[in-house]
Every structure is written in C-alpha cells, then in structure tokens.
Design a protein around this ligand. Structure first.
Ligand SMILES: C[S@@+](CC[C@H](N)C(=O)[O-])C[C@H]1O[C@@H](n2cnc3c(N)ncnc32)[C@H](O)[C@@H]1O
Length: 272
C-alpha cells in the first residue's frame, strides 16, 4: 500500500504531453527521416511490412508515424491526453482516414486495458516505463504484450546511483510548481545548452539522432517525473527470466540517459 507521501509524489507528474505539443510544431521531413533511420538501424530492417507494432507511451507520436510509414499496422497509446492528441494530430497530417493506425489513451499499468489489446510482433516503449511510477510492473506488462518470436524494444534510464538520486530530487522540485521550474531551469539548463553547443561545434552534429529537439529534450530530462532507473544487467536478468533473449543493446556508457535494449521473446514466459 502506498503512503500519502508516495501518492502525492506520483500526482506531481511532468506534463509530457504539453512538451510534445510544442515539439510537433517543429516536426519536419528531416526529423521524421532521422527518427526513421534510428528505428531501422536498431532493428536492422528496411521496412516493417506485415508487422503489428505497439507504441507504449507514444509521446509525440513520431515513432508511431515512422512505424506506419515503414508499413506496420500501428497501435499507439499514452497515459497523457495531450500526448495522445499529438499522435492524433500526426495521423491527421500524414495518415488521415487510415484504418491501420489506432490511437488511444491508455495506461501501461492498467492490466484490463492491456488485455484488450492482444499481442504484437514489435512492442516499442522508448523512455516511458521509468516514468510510470512502477517501472518493474510496467516492464513485466510490456513483456506480456509481445507475441511468441516477437520483439521488444525498450529504453530505460541508466542507474547512476547517488547521481540518479540527485536527479530525482531535481525533478521533484521542477514538478512542485512554477517557482521550482524556474529554479531548476536556471541552475541546470545552461550546462546542457553549453554541452550541446560544444558538441555541435566539434562534432558538427546538427540534428539529434532520434529527430528530437534539444530544448524539448532538456525540459523532458529536467522535469520527467516519476523517475526510476535500472542498471543494464538488472534489465537483462529480468527479461531472461521471462523467456526473452537479448538481440541488441546500446548503453550510455555509465552516463545519464537511456540504455536501449532489443529483446526477442524466445519461449513461454516463466515468471509472473
Ligand atoms: C519521455 S516520453 C517518451 C515518448 C516516446 N516514447 C518517445 O520515444 O519519444 C514518455 C511518455 O510516456 C508516457 N507515459 C508515462 N506514464 C505512462 C503510463 N503509465 N502509460 C502509458 N504512457 C505513459 C508519458 O505521458 C510520455 O508521453
């Protein structure tokens, strides 16, 4: 049973959807191409024809759009109504009247909702499950949505021990109200902006690899709460016990950010 303090903390959620609404105003063909490249590269495929793709916590809807463009039939859902509306807006722009892209408001912790969905060849949940308030339950739940021999692509914040605890406090402060936001942004955003400028200058990287926007990403990082983290080996052990085999992994090399995992469901799930 959750304490009053825990409940109050969970209610202090970051408004992801509002951030995504601003992002989709910036969406252009270049960003869509970057997002598509990143997905094809991780999956090592040229298209997703004939695949059932589930986007859990679809955010802006960009990766649902990309999956649909690559030929998959897509189901997107997000907990945040404004995020869901972003996906609907992208569907209106690019796939209006299409029956193979469904969008709903849904919660990855809501088992009866998940049961209504069935199973998918590819379950995608990038940067979502650590923001649910119950990451291990959410991880378990996405595993149940993968068909036999299907794939699971997840990205989960790296555990940096005391540093992750520090970020948790910062994110909590950000979500306490306007004053908290100002303090957090003024004390932390300049560091990230500086890092980005240096990277742009020396590495000549113009675009973020997943088609994202630097400023929206900074706000997502500073405010993204609830916030949990996991070490890569904990994620591997968790899914191995559930009959998954790791196909590919990309870590952030001990830094902050998301480790990416691509699993394949090899057998029946053994642990519930
Ligand atoms: C950082 S964004 C990632 C969005 C997208 N997957 C991407 O890669 O750009 C996290 C998203 O997870 C959603 N989310 C948080 N908790 C959720 C839950 N319990 N069920 C479904 N979505 C959730 C948020 O509303 C937000 O849109």
């Amino acid at each position: 049973m959750q304490t009053e303090k825990e409940i109050a903390e969970l209610e202090a959620r970051f408004a992801f959807g509002k951030n995504w609404q601003r992002f989709i105003n910036l969406l252009d063909d270049d960003r869509i191409a970057s997002a598509e490249g990143s997905l094809r590269n991780m999956l090592e495929v040229s298209d997703l024809k004939g695949k059932r793709f589930l986007d859990v916590g679809s955010g802006s809807g960009l990766f649902s759009l990309v999956a649909r463009n690559l030929g998959a039939s897509v189901h997107s859902f997000d907990y945040d109504s404004a995020s869901m509306e972003c996906a609907q807006e992208l569907k209106r722009r690019y796939w209006i009247l299409d029956d193979n892209w469904r969008i709903q408001k849904g919660d990855v912790l809501d088992n009866s909702y998940l049961e209504s969905l069935g199973v998918f060849d590819l379950v995608y949940s990038w940067g979502v499950l650590h923001h649910t308030g119950n990451m291990w339950q959410a991880l378990n739940n996405v595993g149940l949505l993968v068909s036999k021999n299907g794939q699971l692509f997840i990205a989960i914040y790296n555990d940096q021990r005391w540093l992750s605890e520090y970020w948790k406090k910062i994110k909590r402060l950000y979500n306490k109200g306007f004053a908290g936001q100002i303090v957090v942004v003024l004390t932390h955003a300049p560091y990230f902006l500086f890092r980005q400028s240096v990277r742009r200058l020396f590495l000549k990287t113009k675009r973020r690899p997943r088609g994202m926007d630097p400023w929206r990403d900074i706000l997502d990082w500073l405010g993204g709460y609830p916030f949990e983290v996991a070490r890569p080996e904990a994620i591997l052990a968790f899914f191995r016990a559930r009959g998954f085999v790791l196909e590919k992994m990309r870590t952030v090399d001990g830094r902050h950010g998301c480790n990416e995992f691509l699993f394949r469901k090899a057998g029946n799930i053994r642990v519930y």
